[in-house]
Ligand binder design. Structure first.
Ligand code: ADP
Ligand code: ZN
Length: 518
């Protein structure tokens, strides 16, 4: 039996490795560098803990959160492994004791925060210590594109230069292609072996519906498909959490609110009931979910657009951990895009960060507007190629009808252009439909050639077209006020050099087939 397997069994009490663990562990024990991408719960910790025990010397584990460190260390000590963490919460003599063990090599794992690791004093200590490997946990923190960028992580780049002979293993659960590229570049892992676990969750059915009367749509969805099941409903604001929980409670369901505005005691109480009782619905902001391991969550519903594809994947990933069928259901309307843009603009983030946030929003909008398999798109976002449509998402189950929308798109684009690229969807739709208003009159817009040009088409259909034009990147939503502006990419379309197929929204379709006056 290999030494790794014997440690797995004797120390951790597990009979066998999972997935790629055995390969990863062997590679690192042999002194190789590795990048490991594995979904949460996949078993990343063992990938460095076992090499730490098998290789001579002390493994240094870089981890961003003090709470996480102390949990991990406590769990290891429970198993009889000699492990410790170094951070500012420790008394000085305690720190000195651990540093002495580090230098003497009498401890197997030391967890440390990156800023601490990079202190010159600490680096000097390490240079005189028998370091067996560096494990960089939550490696996505090194990426600016990632959702929790930590500038301290950037400093880890120097480990490769300072300790060229010590293997490094970087691990993360969330890394789309761009984040992955940044990790590789920043941590110098181009030569490392890359282990990418599939991110597919085949038992989750992905669905996106156009928002009408949201609470009623939610209730219908739950009644029809999850009348007794446990689930999570995500809302953007605390107020909406409260309202939605009340609404569901009035329909006879056990629905509990969870958001950062509730007292810690109430939050803990609601969370405990969700975990313990059957069929409880948690209505929550994104504050809920980290570290929640409830296997039989049967649905995750989003009443508001998540902030990014990563957030969507993480949040929907809380459904169906037991592998049984589960639903990821989301409502979406153009209002989401406008609201999200405004939130980004009004935030305090530096301009560069805002640019990233807008780009992430674009990605999730495009996902919402897909006319093709959502799973293929979702996995592609995480760098995973998949050819076959999944058969378990709404676009696979009910392929949306498309139509040649070139003419309508051109009319809409012209209307945006002629009215000066300052107005929001509502105004443009009214303009196209020739709805009379004093504002339009006073601005002279009624005299434009586009005024009333789309009179015969329902407002809903026009909204659908505008929404898709935004999602496809032809039209941008101006950040502060939601004004629509043309993107350079619409030039070919305007010139008639490109044709455009758009989706017929089920709801828009019922009202009227797109038709405009000649
Ligand atoms: P991650 O860090 O990827 O989220 P963890 O390392 O915390 O995942 O592992 C998730 C759970 O799976 C833990 O309870 C862990 O003990 C368990 N686990 C990991 N590897 C194995 C294995 N080979 N056999 C059985 N259980 C495992
Ligand atoms: Zn599909």
């Amino acid at each position: 039996m290999s030494q790794a397997l014997s440690v797995l069994q004797s120390v951790f009490g597990y009979p066998s490795f999972r997935g790629q663990q055995a390969e990863i562990v062997d590679h690192v024990i042999d002194g190789g560098d590795a990048l490991v991408l594995m979904p949460t719960g996949g078993g990343k910790s063992l990938c460095y803990q076992i090499p730490a025990l098998v290789r001579d010397g002390v493994a240094i584990v870089v981890s961003p959160l003090i709470a996480l460190m102390s949990d991990q260390v406590a769990a290891l000590r429970e198993l009889g492994v000699s492990a410790a963490y170094l951070n500012s919460t420790l008394a000085l003599d305690e720190q000195q004791r651990i540093e002495a063990e580090l230098v003497n090599g009498t401890i197997d794992l030391v967890y440390v925060a990156p800023e601490r690791l990079l202190q010159p004093r600490m680096l000097a200590r390490l240079a005189n210590s028998p370091v067996s490997l560096f494990a960089i946990d939550e490696a996505h923190c090194v990426s600016q594109w990632g959702h929790d960028f930590r500038p301290e992580y950037r400093g880890l780049a120097r480990l490769a230069e300072t300790f060229p002979d010590v293997p490094r293993i970087a691990l993360t659960a969330t890394a789309d292609l761009r984040t992955r590229e940044e990790i590789i570049e920043q941590l110098g892992l181009a030569q490392a072996a890359h282990y990418v676990h599939s991110f597919d969750r085949p038992n989750i059915q992905y669905r996106v519906a156009e928002r009408g009367s949201a609470k009623q749509q939610l209730q219908d969805f739950i009644d029809r498909e999850h009348a007794r099941d446990a689930g999570i409903v995500y809302c953007l604001s605390r107020k909406k959490v409260e309202e939605t929980a009340d609404w569901l409670s009035n329909t006879g369901r056990e629905a509990l609110p969870y958001h950062a505005g509730l007292s810690p005691a109430l939050r803990a109480h609601n969370q405990a009931r969700f975990l313990r009782e059957e069929g409880v619905i948690m209505v929550a902001t994104v504050a809920f979910g980290m570290g929640i391991d409830k296997p039989d969550v049967r649905f995750v519903a989003h009443l508001d657009l998540p902030s990014s594809m990563e957030a969507y994947y993480q949040e929907t990933g809380r459904a169906g951990r037991d592998g049984e069928p589960a639903t990821a259901w989301m409502l979406y309307g153009l209002g989401d895009a406008v609201q999200r843009r405004r939130m980004i603009e009004q935030g305090n983030a530096p301009a560069e960060r805002k640019r990233v946030e807008h780009a992430k929003l674009d990605a999730i909008l495009a996902f919402c507007e897909l006319a093709t398999c959502r799973r293929i798109h979702l996995l592609a976002y995480f760098g995973e190629q998949r050819e076959a449509a999944c058969g378990n998402c709404d676009t696979c189950l009910n392929p949306p009808e498309t139509y040649n929308a070139t003419r309508y798109a051109r009319i809409a684009l012209s209307a945006i252009y002629r009215t000066g690229q300052r107005f929001g969807t509502g105004y443009i739709v009214d303009h196209l439909r020739g709805v009379h208003s004093e504002r339009a009159e006073s601005l002279g817009h009624n005299a434009l050639s586009t005024a009333g040009l789309g009179e015969e088409m329902a407002a809903k259909s026009w909204r659908s077209i505008l929404r898709q034009l935004v999602a496809l990147g032809y039209v941008r939503v101006e950040h502060a006020y939601g004004g629509l502006q043309l993107d350079g990419s619409c030039r070919e379309l305007l010139r008639g050099e490109e044709t455009l197929e758009l989706r017929i929204d089920r709801k828009a379709k019922k009202s009227r087939t797109p038709r405009v006056k000649k």
